[in-house]
Ligand binder design. Structure first.
Ligand code: ZN
Ligand code: ZN
Length: 123
């Protein structure tokens, strides 16, 4: 079988990356047209000068969900956007369900603490 083209996967990946980048530029521009240039959390106002720091957040965290009316977008400054995702991560960890049992078996810091404790001489 010699149907596999070694450059094919690379091309697919490159195409997907390009498409994602284009899509991102597209929805950002769209969102900036629809919404005032203000962070939805801290109310910071933006101008052309610092517009780079204003980002588009997806309310449902699905970057493929880009309705043209902008209902899934929210303009957030870099800091608030970071916070928003941090909260989401924490909510995910603390949630109930099967994922909790899975998460509790993975605890790198518990082990680290133990090892550090062993290293230190007892006083
Ligand atoms: Zn903000
Ligand atoms: Zn986001």
């Amino acid at each position: 079988m010699s149907e596999s083209d070694p450059g094919k996967l690379d091309r697919i990946v490159a195409d997907a990356r390009r498409a994602a980048a284009q899509r991102e530029r597209g929805y950002r521009e769209q969102a900036l047209k629809i919404y005032p240039w203000i962070c939805g959390r801290c109310g910071r106002e933006f101008t052309h000068k610092n517009l780079r720091e204003l980002t588009v957040h997806h309310r449902d965290h699905n970057h493929d969900n880009n309705p043209p009316d902008g209902s899934n977008w929210e303009l957030l400054c870099l800091y608030c956007h970071d916070n928003e995702h941090q909260r989401q991560l924490e909510a995910g960890r603390g949630g109930s369900g099967a994922s909790v049992a899975k998460a509790s078996t993975y605890s790198p810091f518990a082990d680290l603490k133990e090892r550090l404790a062993k290293k230190r001489p007892a006083k």
